[in-house]
Design a protein around this ligand. Structure first.
Ligand code: PMP
Length: 402
């Protein structure tokens, strides 16, 4: 029996896979040497595994059986406390009644869509966007519309025309406002205000997905949408430790209006009861030990150097046929080719040449950006990056010949 013969829910039709996530297993299956620009994870050398191992000795000691129990749905109290203290005085400062610990950023996105998106609702996403986010909205039956992104982030001015074309206003607007995945661009302060004003007029929720904000290595901090919104119940902020500590922990948090708390808890209880407790204990140990600030300072410096190394390599090897973005933080460069090569078709050749990236259309529910690709600069050192970009050039040339 194929899945189509099963009595599936209508929403199963809207479960689209993630090219981004699938590349993890695809790359794990490759046995030849590949320079990996594909995944958006911290490099192995950026994961504080030694510190985490030290925390394990006490937090997960042989007699710490309580660390393996169920946690409170809203999060383990020590982690909640440590997180509130960590965020104090930052643009993401929050309070007891706004905070829920989640299983990474993805669960935050799922909770947002579960609470706000009905089948047929219009949800605006950025073009390009983080398609795991748009896929979450789709899984609740959303109809998506893409709004362009430029060097100042989402082109908020384009939103009214999108609503007009759709014949209705959006129910939710999904944005990655800071060091966007995949473009690396950051929404300007003016646009942040403009977006919230429009969302208020429409009564649309703004899903503010900001996993990279703490990874600024150049330029000046901007207030988060959460701060610009000053506690507006229509701003649903999704955060994660995946990029700043380690993604495999699967720990994140959401900051939402106090009036949403009990609904959030109900939704999370119907999903996973609570977030993995041993992982929460590791994260709280990391925060309580005061490690985060130093760790972030080291990472920022590392990522700054790696971004420049990648841009230099691009200039040297692809300067004549490509342009790319200049993010002030985060993990990604968005490269646009001007020689007509289709980056989806190029992928196999690139893999054979020993370099992996994510093709542009993977970031567009409408399938745009076949001339673009996302490169993660965070994972590879300067020399390896140069080699990877050299291989990319070779792949493009081979593709052009065929
Ligand atoms: N949002 C964005 C923009 C991301 O880049 C990611 C991770 N790639 C996530 C959410 C998901 O975060 P997590 O791994 O914590 O679920």
């Amino acid at each position: 029996m194929t899945a189509t013969n099963l009595p599936l829910a209508a929403r199963a039709d809207q479960l689209v896979g993630s090219v981004i996530d699938s590349s993890t297993s695809l790359l794990q299956q490759q046995t030849h040497d590949i320079v990996r620009f594909a995944m958006g994870s911290p490099a192995d050398d950026a994961v504080p595994s030694q510190i985490l191992a030290g925390i394990t000795e006490t937090a997960l000691a042989p007699d710490a059986a309580d660390a393996y129990g169920y946690a409170a749905t809203e999060g383990d109290p020590p982690l909640r406390e440590a997180l509130l203290a960590t965020l104090k005085g930052t643009s993401d400062e929050t309070t007891e009644d706004r905070l829920t610990i989640t299983a990474g950023g993805m669960q935050g996105l799922d909770l947002a869509c579960k609470l706000f998106v009905d089948p047929g609702d219009l949800v605006v996403v950025e073009g390009p966007t983080y398609t795991n986010g748009s896929a979450t909205a789709l899984s609740y039956g959303a109809e998506l519309a893409e709004v362009p992104v430029d060097d100042d982030g989402m082109v908020v001015d384009a939103l009214p025309a999108i609503a007009e074309r759709a014949g209705r206003t959006p129910k939710a607007i999904y944005t990655v406002p800071t060091f966007q995945n995949p473009s690396g661009s950051t929404m300007s302060l003016e646009r942040r205000h403009q977006l919230l004003e429009l969302a208020r007029t429409w009564g649309a929720v703004v899903i503010d997905d900001d996993p990279y904000g703490m990874l600024r290595f150049e330029g000046d901090d901007l207030p988060t949408l959460r701060e610009v919104g000053e506690g507006d119940p229509l701003v649903f902020s999704v955060r994660t430790f995946s990029k700043i500590i380690a993604p495999g922990l699967r720990v994140g948090w959401v900051d939402t209006a106090p009036e949403l708390q009990s609904l959030l808890i109900n939704a999370k209880q119907a999903m996973d009861t609570c977030t993995n407790l041993p992982a929460q204990r590791l994260v709280s140990g990391f925060l309580e030990g005061g490690h985060l600030e130093k760790h972030l300072a080291t990472q920022r410096e590392q990522y700054r150097k790696r971004k420049h190394a990648m841009q230099d390599a691009l200039q040297e090897h692809l300067g004549d046929i490509a342009r790319w973005t200049d993010p002030e933080g985060g993990f990604f460069l968005w490269v646009t080719l001007s020689n007509g090569v289709d980056t989806q078709e190029l992928f196999e050749t690139a893999l054979a040449e020993g370099v992996a990236y994510i093709p542009g259309p993977a970031f567009s529910p409408e399938g745009h950006f076949s001339d673009a690709l996302r490169l993660c600069f965070a994972t590879t050192d300067a020399e390896r990056t140069r080699e990877g970009v050299r291989r990319l050039r070779r792949a493009i040339e081979r593709q052009g010949e065929s």
